[in-house]
Write a new protein. Structure first.
Length: 274
């Protein structure tokens, strides 16, 4: 395969992986979930995984069992390595399978590895042959232009997403520092004799802490939606993630109840007019 074809296959399988991930997670959550670290509708780990299967294991296509087992091992190794590198880069574990049976340090688990193995079989026997025939109808200039455009878009998206995550990490650190300072001041006030002015100051500090929390929740919404099991080895940071996830779940429940009330009122109005 030429480099242009590899890039096009990478993009197509990243796109298909995004679709599979969104459908799978949306069914479980019973709502539309936008997955992935990048802004665009593609998940590079699926693209790299597909290329790994095609390049390394397609030679074993005459033996389904061997191909399945190799695919499980290969994709699991890729997912484990990706999880480790992202944790080193962002100081946070973006997904955590610790609650799943037969997991390895929460980075990979038997269920997902099995699903990746089945997806690999579909890739080798169904998806890739179809896509390969489709690409034979494209001329070399079209393939080259498409590959360059894909590289440009993904490069810009990756750079932007890394800056976004870095900004989120800085905001987390600032929030933890500022909240700690506010709580120390509140604790100091509680030790002093309560007066009206002190109570007013305490209310203002409580309000300032809540404003900081709401601002962080707005920033973290996309991250938490894409990585609902995000966690950290740092205990304080892990607890903050848990609080943010809990408030995000509560917010979704509240928004769902509001939509139901609105629909009920509209239905009642239509019935009254009928």
């Amino acid at each position: 395969m030429t480099l242009d074809l590899l890039i096009l296959y990478f993009f197509c399988y990243s796109l298909l992986g995004y679709i599979v991930e969104v459908v799978y997670c949306s069914i479980g959550e019973r709502r539309l979930v936008n997955r992935g670290f990048l802004h665009g509708p593609y998940l590079p780990i699926y693209g790299f995984g597909a290329l790994l299967i095609l390049i390394s294991f397609s030679r074993f296509s005459d033996n389904v069992l061997v191909l399945f087992l190799l695919s499980v091992v290969g994709t699991s190794a890729l997912e484990y390595l990706t999880s480790y590198l992202l944790e080193v880069l962002f100081h946070a574990k973006l997904w955590d399978y610790s609650t799943y049976p037969l997991n390895i340090r929460g980075r990979v688990c038997a269920l997902n590895s099995t699903l990746f193995g089945l997806l690999s079989l579909s890739l080798i026997y169904v998806i890739h042959p179809f896509l390969a025939r489709l690409f034979t109808h494209l001329s070399d200039p079209v393939l080259s232009m498409g590959a360059r455009l894909i590289l440009l878009v993904i490069s810009i998206d990756t750079t932007s997403s890394i800056f976004r995550m870095a900004a989120f990490q800085r905001q987390l650190a600032d929030f933890r520092l500022k909240v700690r300072e506010i709580e120390e001041r509140i604790d100091l006030l509680s030790k002093l004799k309560a007066t009206e002015s002190l109570e007013t100051l305490r209310e203002r500090l409580d309000s300032e802490r809540e404003v900081l929390r709401q601002r962080l929740e707005r920033t973290s919404k996309r991250i938490l939606d894409a990585f609902p099991s995000i966690t950290s080895a740092n205990e304080e940071k892990r607890q903050l993630f848990e609080v943010l996830k809990k408030r995000e779940r509560e917010g979704r429940v509240l928004r769902r109840e509001q939509r139901l009330r609105i629909r009920k009122k509209l239905s009642e109005r239509r019935n009254n007019h009928a």
